[in-house]
Write a protein that binds this ligand. Structure first.
Ligand code: KG4
Ligand code: ZN
Length: 340
């Protein structure tokens, strides 16, 4: 099975071709991602209208390049998968209309994929993880702990009651004068910082439901930053390190609680899976690996290029759905909101 995947829900335009491998995993035959970061950087965040226009400008070329890289034509594909949401509606429409057109012209099945589901299933493409598993999905827009029981069978155990984790990283970066997107910048600055210089709160630590709250942590950091302003480079590094340490403590505690809850609702997990852009954070990965080890589980976190938004995860989710006959028609709607 070979599927083309298209991703345009936020600020990456991506197209990829994925095939099923012999061991049930996915083989990435082509992987094209064009980030719009430069276009949005001046605004400190993603501007929806600029994003939609940028997707229009490059998507057709990117798809052509992916097919060329895989040495395939549209006729060779078994399906066209696209992220139909959740995301910025202008961008989602660009991807969806393009995918529908290709599906119609090439007479191929359309697979309208949930972007979050695609993040959730990536670990099956890369590592062949079996159901059920505990997923920590941490991105710029989402923070969720999910029992993944099967394709289309997702039980949300916890979520954030305010900011997403990636959003908190981005806001902290902005506050400290670091460029967008903030996650990688905060991680880099934290490398030369002292994580114990500022004692920041660990919101919801120890609570029995595995939910998150991050806005208080961000506010506490702002108060510290204002107290010691003007900030030196070392101050920024120490603030970043202290913030990152607080986030990691919270995430580890919340995942530990979710692992306990998991047993009562979904049986024994086969793995702890981390996905979404924040899963690229090295300190978080190490802490999660230790936690998983203590629970006797492997930690599966996608390789860095597959943590952030990409077309391969959409193509793979398409393959998973196509295998089960879960095909969509040309009426498939674009969904700005689409819980899973
Ligand atoms: O999954 P993703 O690429 O896009 C969304 O669907 O949101 O995630 C992007 C988010 C951004 O908030 C970014 O700051 C964060 O992931 N991120 C990180 C790191 N790399 C990206 N956060 C912390 N540490 C990182 N190394
Ligand atoms: Zn994402």
């Amino acid at each position: 099975m070979i599927v083309l995947g298209i991703e345009t829900t936020c600020d990456e335009t991506a197209a990829a071709v994925v095939a099923t491998g012999e061991d049930g995993r996915g083989v990435i035959r082509a992987h094209e991602v064009l980030s719009q970061i430069a276009e949005h950087a001046a605004y400190g965040g993603v501007v929806p209208e600029i994003a939609a226009r940028a997707h229009v400008e490059v998507l057709d070329r990117l798809i052509a390049r992916a097919l060329h890289e895989a040495d395939l034509t549209l006729a060779d594909l078994d399906g066209i998968a696209v992220a139909a949401g959740p995301g910025l509606i202008g961008g989602v429409l660009v991807g969806l209309v393009t995918a529908k057109t290709l599906a119609l012209v090439a007479r191929k099945p359309l697979l309208a994929v949930n972007h979050l589901e695609a993040h959730a299933l990536t670990a099956r493409m890369t590592d062949g993880v079996a159901f059920p598993y505990l997923l920590l999905l941490a991105s710029g827009g989402h923070t969720q702990l999910v029992a993944v029981k099967g394709v289309g069978e997702y039980l949300r155990l916890g979520t954030t009651i305010d900011d997403a984790i990636g959003e908190a990283f981005d806001k902290v970066a902005k506050l400290l004068g670091l460029p967008y997107p903030g996650g990688p910048e905060v991680e880099r600055a934290a490398e030369s910082g002292d994580p114990e210089r500022f004692s920041l709160p660990r919101p919801l630590l120890g609570r029995p439901e595995p939910n998150f709250s991050l806005s208080g942590l961000k506010t506490a950091l702002r108060i510290e930053a204002e107290r010691i302003a003007p900030l030196t480079g070392q101050d920024v590094a120490d603030l970043c390190a202290s913030f990152q340490a607080a986030v990691v403590d919270v995430v580890v505690d919340r995942v530990r609680v979710a692992l306990r809850t998991f047993g009562t609702v979904a049986g024994h997990p086969t793995a702890l899976v981390a996905a979404g852009g924040v899963a690229a954070n090295g300190t978080l990965r190490r802490a999660l690996a230790q936690l998983a080890g203590e629970a006797g589980l492997p930690l599966v976190a996608p390789p860095l290029p597959l943590c952030g938004d990409n077309g391969a995860m959409i193509a793979w989710a398409g393959i998973e759905r196509l295998r089960l006959g879960l095909v969509d028609d040309l009426m498939a709607p674009a969904r700005p909101r689409w819980p899973f």
